[in-house]
Unconditional design. Structure first.
Length: 195
């Protein structure tokens, strides 16, 4: 069966205790947000293997490795014994980002999200990663030993990966990215006699 009915009253359990806890707790919020992030990464991996102007199928393997790392994060959050990330995981993530960054033109300003569909998807995934990190920080306020320092560092770094991929894809597809500018509202205002 794909459901148990045990959560119908808004409670759930983790490996940390047999006691049921509210699904509104910060621990469950961060677990759910990391799960959401992992799902978006899966979508990025699948989309990167579709035909695009550039060939991005080589992104799927490192993205799947990141997904495996996030399952360790979820296990650690849930209280699984001996499940945690290490400095090696943080280093591996930093190496992926550094290798992508070598291919990018210098970034001199903020950039409007978008460009290609795949780049925009990576930008959405970046924002989910940031939300997962914020949820983790909130959970750590209530339970400082919830995850290791390496897991916290990993969650801080992961959004940089998606930012780098978004920039890389637009550059590979020869899509000029735009810096934010002062909005030109006059284009959207009705003439005075029509207001």
């Amino acid at each position: 069966m794909l459901y148990t009915r045990k959560g119908d009253q808004g409670t759930t359990t983790t490996l940390r205790s047999r006691d049921r806890i509210s699904k509104s707790t910060q621990l469950i919020e961060v677990l759910g947000t990391v799960d959401e992030l992992n799902s978006f990464i899966g979508l990025c991996a699948a989309m990167s293997q579709r035909n695009h102007n550039g060939n991005f199928s080589d992104l799927a393997e490192p993205l799947q490795e990141v997904q495996h790392m996030l399952f360790v994060v979820q296990a650690e959050l849930a209280g699984a014994p001996h499940k945690t990330l290490s400095q090696q995981h943080v280093d591996a993530l930093e190496n992926i980002v550094a290798n992508i960054e070598k291919e990018l033109r210098p970034i001199t300003s903020f950039i409007l999200t978008g460009g290609s569909e795949l780049s925009a998807l990576f930008d959405v995934t970046r924002t989910v990663a940031r939300r997962a990190e914020r949820a983790l920080v909130c959970a750590l306020i209530h339970e400082p030993s919830l995850v290791s320092q390496f897991t916290q560092a990993f969650m801080n770094r992961i959004s940089s990966l998606f930012y780098a991929y978004a920039r890389y894809i637009n550059q590979a597809e020869h899509i000029a990215e735009q810096a934010p500018r002062q909005p030109i509202l006059t284009r959207f205002l009705l003439p005075e006699n029509e207001q």
